[in-house]
Design a protein around this ligand. Structure first.
Ligand code: GLC
Length: 632
């Protein structure tokens, strides 16, 4: 049963697709206070679990921390952080009863989940215009299904988007791209996509290609497609401010960019230097921007990733001016603790600065809306701009689209990746922990940068990361500028990588069916064990394993120098090790086991009475024979 509580004049975020009549506030089940904002308190039983919040740091059970819904460009995904790139405002409180709470409010929300008071979740909204949906009854999985019916069906990517994908910031030119494809082909490691990061563009201008790096781009794209490889270019939110650049000129002429209070266009620095920012909250701007993807689609491109759309702002002219003035006023002084750190913080605080966000205005239905009120919708609407256009022009399942920033609702237009993680062992688990939360909110096509984005990866880390990535719908290895080469063929004994990635290709028919089933039924692909075994104490606390669809359980190895791991089986299962075409099986009883898993093996646990299909591996999805299936 869903109840909706409305206060004020909520902004139409587009998250909900099913009309729901509002209930009277006397039926609101929690103690609330209303002043400049709105807050309410939910009592937590000592054994209650709080699931949700999608892409966030820390555990599957969100108890014991403060999270904030505020899409943030932050490349350090450490436990101390409160926000990552997304605002996924949905939680389930699970105990004697299961209650889902969705807050449809695009500004900042503070979720104190038992941090200040262990037995209370206190939720504070910075504003008084919102809808809160409360879903009661049934199991957590049923609550999720009801919620998903409310927010509409998830995006369905093309089949080839389930292949293995290789990215790096950046493969600078056509030779670099060819070297990657060649490296994979020589090693016999399957590959379907190669990514083009910002350097493929002419001076970081969206929808342009630098002709000196890619002399005949259209032909190049076609040649790769012949080989079964798709190139996936990045699109950034900021538009370079440069007269004569078509997108900029059109945006200026039609007044499509976000404004400042005085009506002039808001500007901030990103990769190309000073940029302007399309006002994606407007229908006409979305239509215009969406249609620009055609430029690259006409050159043969079939997929994109939308980036820097929180939006990320490196600096504003005002910010730089203030920082420089401060620096010059301190020239020659002996800087004590206070002065030095203040100066340092001023420069560090130039990026994604609150004052800059506060100075942005959107125009919605002719009215000026301050950005702070709708911050969490910016990236989601960039994805919507693309997704709406793709669906209209090319139909479903044709164009790959995923984004860094997101808000619930954008799950209908694209997938997400979890942003700039690190080549850290703990980030294997961080990915695992985010998957169920993202699925709860409809983000099914999701994944993390395999091998880790920031810092140098080791061979064993990339192998273990990849073994988890075998199961994530988006399976992409990506790494940052300046880091060590992280492509699978860059390490010794590439056959181990081939063994692991071949397993992905063998599983694609199963994973694709699983994906479609979850999409059609508003279900999750990945669930915490506690969803399936609510009475089992160990399963309830398990944060290192997940249920995969209705047949399997996954438990990746996530520690360095480990030859395996301890795994908990809530019931008897078949332990399967997959490696290339090899399949090893062992029947295991319910309980705790230490299982050995070599670096070239992918561990999987299949429930009693269930079977899953495997096809023969191939080096491209286009070469898979998905009909010829062996059941294990
Ligand atoms: C951002 C993205 C990252 C990309 C980089 C350069 O940090 O999150 O994936 O490689 O920008 O475009």
């Amino acid at each position: 049963m869903i109840k909706k509580f409305t206060l004020g004049k909520p902004y139409d975020t587009g998250a909900v697709v099913r009309e729901t009549a509002a209930s009277g506030w006397d039926g609101f089940p929690y103690k609330y206070t209303q002043d400049e904002g709105f807050s309410f308190e939910i009592p937590l039983g000592s054994d209650d679990i709080v699931y949700g919040l999608g892409e966030t740091t820390r555990g599957i059970n969100k108890r014991g921390w403060i999270y904030e819904s505020w899409c943030s460009d932050d490349p350090f995904h450490t436990e101390g952080k409160r926000s990552l790139y997304a605002a996924h405002n949905f939680i389930i409180i699970s105990g004697a009863q299961n209650t889902g709470i969705f807050i449809d409010f695009p500004s900042r929300i503070r979720w104190d989940i038992g941090y200040t008071k262990a037995d209370t979740a206190r939720i504070e909204l910075e504003g008084n215009d919102f809808d809160i949906y409360i879903i009661e009854g049934g199991s957590p999985r049923e609550v999720v299904r009801e919620f998903r019916a409310l927010i509409g069906k998830s995006y369905l990517p093309p089949f080839w988007a389930f292949g293995f994908q290789q990215s790096r910031w950046s493969y600078h030119n056509s030779e670099a791209v060819d070297r990657i494809i060649d490296g994979y082909d020589r090693a016999g490691i399957p590959l379907d996509c190669v990514y083009l990061d910002i350097d493929y563009m002419d001076s970081f201008k969206d929808f342009t290609v630098d002709g000196s790096k890619f002399p005949d781009f259209e032909r190049f794209v076609a040649e790769k497609k012949e080989k079964g490889i798709r190139l996936i270019p990045i699109i950034d939110a900021g538009i370079k401010a440069e007269e004569g650049y078509e997108i900029f000129d059109e945006g200026v002429k039609n007044g499509y960019f976000c404004k400042k209070a005085d009506g002039s266009d808001f500007e901030a620095g990103v990769w190309p230097g000073i940029c302007r920012f399309p006002d994606f909250l407007r229908d006409d701007v979305r239509e215009w921007f969406g249609s620009k993807y055609k430029k690259l689609i006409d050159m043969g491109i079939e997929g994109f990733w939308n980036d820097m759309n929180e939006p990320a702002l490196f600096y504003s002219a005002d910010g730089i001016k203030n920082a420089l003035e401060k620096a010059s006023s301190l020239k020659g002084q002996n800087l004590d603790l206070g002065k030095f750190f203040n100066l340092k913080d001023t420069f560090a605080g130039l990026s994604n600065n609150g004052n800059d966000y506060a100075s942005i205005y959107h125009t919605v239905d002719g009215e000026q809306v301050n950005h702070q009120k709708v911050h969490n919708l910016y990236g989601a609407n960039m994805t919507r701009a693309a997704g709406e256009y793709f669906e209209k022009e090319y139909g479903e399942q044709k164009i790959l689209m995923f984004s860094r920033a997101s808000y619930i609702g954008a799950h209908r237009y694209g997938g997400i990746w979890f942003g700039d993680n690190h080549s850290w062992w703990s980030h294997i688990l961080l990915c695992l922990k985010m998957l169920p939360g993202a699925n709860m909110c409809g983000f099914l096509y999701s994944g993390t940068d395999i091998g880790g984005f920031n810092e140098n990866a080791t061979r064993d880390l990339v192998l273990r990361f990849t073994a988890l990535g075998v199961f994530t719908p988006l399976m992409r290895n990506h790494s940052a500028l300046g880091t060590r080469d992280q492509e699978c063929f860059a390490f010794d004994n590439t056959e181990d990588f081939r063994d692991v990635i071949q397993v992905r290709y063998r599983l694609i028919p199963y994973l694709y069916d699983t994906f479609k089933k979850a999409r059609d039924n508003g279900d999750m692909i990945f669930r915490p064990l506690s969803f399936d075994y609510p009475e089992d104490k160990i399963a309830r606390e398990c944060e290192t394993q997940l249920m995969l669809s209705d047949e399997c359980m996954i438990a990746p190895v996530y520690e360095q120098n480990a030859n395996g791991r301890t795994v908990y089986l809530p019931e008897d299962m078949t332990f399967v090790k997959l490696s290339g075409e090899r399949v090893t099986k062992q029947e295991l009883r319910a309980g705790l086991h230490y299982v050995e898993v070599a670096l070239n093996e992918v561990p999987l646990f299949i429930k009693k009475g269930k079977k899953i299909p495997l096809c023969k591996p191939a080096i491209r999805t286009s070469l898979l024979d998905t009909e010829e299936r062996e059941y294990i």
